[in-house]
Design a protein around this ligand. Structure first.
Ligand code: FUB
Length: 339
């Protein structure tokens, strides 16, 4: 079975966050680049330093590369690693949210503001106070309230906050193996979209059979990274990557803050260790935007974004519109004995 082709082939792109602005589909991906840094479980090989924005009038039609929208060197608080971004619009402005390491090598979330969906974006001089870890995703609800979701295990440093306060000894460390899995994080955004307007809380994913939070040992279902929130038929869908088991999974809730009940898998493993996505409706159809490493012949850090249509069944469960070619899943870890 032939697989989907990347919609961008002149650059490596990953972590595609899709939004419809002014009737056009915009995608905000990471921009992967070549590096000599060896693969490790801390993600050092994901050494990106700028973002491009892409747009299209139709899925499957021509794609416009709007060029560099933001560079690491233009953001005073950033030291390295511009990872998975997202974008949002409110009050006639456009906001690019991005994770990066600060001058102390700690991941934070920053925001940059633009007048158009394609940017350029000007970064705020400081990261968003109260943020940590990686993979920001912003959902603006019908009442105008915006929510910022974030978090990622291992190299994404979420395990450093397992007990609330930052624990430096957990940098590069493992996640808990007993008890509840660590949760993604969520907070309300202020009306100007530049700061947190509530305390950071847990995005709890419950096991449908017990009502309890997914267990830490349940690597096939626990949150790892790549938070995304979308709304369908009045329900809130929180989707995410399971990391070392390489699935995209989702959970359904009644409010943007959860709790969410585990609902199933959206995507099985792809070529390459990471899997990271977004979900958006465009011209009456729903799409999954995701990446794999097929364009680079399997290089984990050189990924390419793709699009697949998804459908919902009568119970609101998500399915791919067309079957996905099955592959042998990548190993759980990239380095022997790695953390
Ligand atoms: O692109 C760098 C990191 O890889 C992202 O932040 C993760 O979600 C994973 O895709």
């Amino acid at each position: 079975m032939a697989d989907k082709q990347p919609f961008v082939t002149h650059l490596y792109t990953a972590d595609p966050s899709a939004h419809v602005f002014n009737g056009k589909l915009y995608v905000y991906p990471s921009h992967d680049r070549e590096t000599d840094i060896k693969n490790n479980d801390n993600g050092d090989q994901y050494d990106m330093n700028d973002y491009h924005v892409f747009s299209m009038d139709d899925v499957g039609g021509p794609v416009t590369d709007h060029g560099v929208a933001l560079k690491a060197e233009d953001v005073p608080w950033v030291s390295r690693q511009l990872w998975a971004p997202d974008a949002a619009s409110k009050n006639g402005k456009y906001y690019l949210y991005f994770p990066a390491r600060d001058q102390e090598d700690i991941f934070r979330v920053g925001v940059a503001v633009g007048d158009t969906p394609e940017g350029p974006f000007k970064a705020e001089p400081e990261y968003i106070k109260g943020t940590f870890s990686v993979d920001p995703a912003v959902f603006v609800d019908d009442d105008g309230q915006a929510y910022l979701y974030f978090g990622g295990l291992w190299g994404g440093q979420l395990q450093c906050y397992a007990n609330g306060a930052f624990d430096k000894s957990q940098l590069g460390a493992n996640e808990p193996s007993t008890g509840s899995a660590l949760h993604a994080k969520v907070a309300k955004l202020s009306d100007d979209m530049l700061s947190l307007a509530s305390p950071v809380s847990d995005v709890v994913i419950q096991d449908p059979s017990t009502g309890k939070p997914i267990a830490a040992e349940d690597h096939a279902r626990r949150f790892f990274e790549a938070a995304w929130l979308h709304k369908y038929n009045g329900k809130y869908y929180f989707s995410y990557s399971t990391g070392d088991t390489h699935y995209l999974a989702y959970a359904i809730g009644d409010t943007p803050l959860g709790p969410f009940t585990y609902g199933g898998r959206i995507l099985e493993p792809v070529i390459g260790w990471t899997t990271h996505h977004s979900i958006a409706e465009f011209k009456g159809k729903w799409y999954l935007f995701y990446h794999d490493s097929s364009l680079s012949g399997g290089e984990n850090h050189l990924r390419s974004a793709k699009i697949r249509e998804i459908v919902y069944d009568g119970e609101g469960k998500i399915h791919l519109a067309e079957p996905q070619p099955q592959i042998k899943p990548p190993a759980a870890r990239l380095e022997e004995g790695g953390s």
